[in-house]
Design a protein around this ligand. Structure first.
Ligand SMILES: C[S@@+](CC[C@H](N)C(=O)[O-])C[C@H]1O[C@@H](n2cnc3c(N)ncnc32)[C@H](O)[C@@H]1O
Length: 258
């Protein structure tokens, strides 16, 4: 785990440099138009603690750090925790996960915690409940991963806070990479939600006050074909979703014999 907070103490609250364009080696990162949606969500909700799941090169991390730095000083110092399952970029093992932050936005005032050996379930066990003010998920887009990731991290999220989802229209925009997980999750979300970006490919969903209200949505989505089967460990959901445990165990068993 890397912890970086590198602006000088007297720079906090002062105008910060702009984010530099993504370096040419970057692949699969959030485009600038979608980053504007991220910035708008950060501005609207002024999170002290933000969680990002799915880092790759770190382009979205750079945009988030810049947006967090642009907020007025809060009661607590701001922190972005950026998490991934791998220490190197999925498209180039010679590049470290998060490496683009060094050139795009090298001296954030917001504390940046980069953890490249974790996932949503491990986070749900490691961080305090209700401690995350705003969440961004841009990880495994294959169904049912976005749903499972959201359910795991929902217990970390502050009550009724927002979860931003990227690639909510990926099958239409890039049929060659068709992955339906984020799209189905966003489309079927029964509570408050909004979509944005130039192609409406980024959105945000608001968690209900009672997380058990997500169980019917989860049942509906879990009944759809799984594109990338998780392990039994990954489907062990937190307590509000205990009603799903038996179904999930049966589905894991069925996936194993196929
Ligand atoms: C689309 S990329 C993220 C792009 C990044 N948000 C950006 O805009 O620069 C997806 C990332 O999710 C990571 N990932 C895949 N499965 C994951 C999981 N279960 N938990 C956390 N990260 C995961 C991959 O290693 C990859 O780095």
């Amino acid at each position: 785990m890397t912890v970086a907070a590198s602006c000088r103490a007297d720079d906090v609250g002062r105008p910060r440099p702009e984010v530099q364009p993504a370096p040419s080696w970057v692949r699969g990162a959030i485009p600038p138009g979608d980053a504007e949606f991220l910035q708008a969500m950060v501005t609207a909700h002024a999170p002290a603690d933000m969680l990002e799941l799915g880092v790759a090169s770190g382009v979205s991390s750079a945009y988030l750090l810049h947006a967090l730095d642009a907020l007025p000083a809060g009661a607590r110092p701001r922190r972005l925790r950026s998490c991934d399952i791998t220490p190197t970029c999925y498209f180039d093992a010679a590049r470290a996960t998060g490496e683009a932050v060094r050139t795009m936005y090298p001296q954030p005032c917001t504390t940046w915690v980069l953890d490249t050996d974790t996932d949503a379930r491990r986070l749900s066990q490691a961080l305090p409940a209700g401690s995350v003010d705003l969440t961004f998920i841009d990880a495994n887009h294959y169904h049912p991963w976005p749903l499972l990731d959201l359910l795991h991290v929902s217990v970390l999220a502050r009550r009724q806070s927002w979860v931003i989802l990227h690639d909510i229209d990926l099958p239409r925009l890039a049929p060659q990479y068709a992955a339906w997980g984020a799209k189905w999750l966003f489309d079927e979300w029964p509570f408050e939600k909004l979509a944005g970006g130039p192609q409406q490919n980024i959105g945000a969903v608001r968690l209900p006050a009672d997380l058990t209200a997500l169980v019917p949505l989860a049942r509906t989505l879990l009944a759809r074909p799984w594109e990338h089967a998780p392990t039994r460990w990954h489907v062990a959901l937190p307590a509000p979703f205990s009603a799903l445990h038996a179904t999930l165990d049966a589905q894991i068993d069925a996936a194993a014999v196929r």
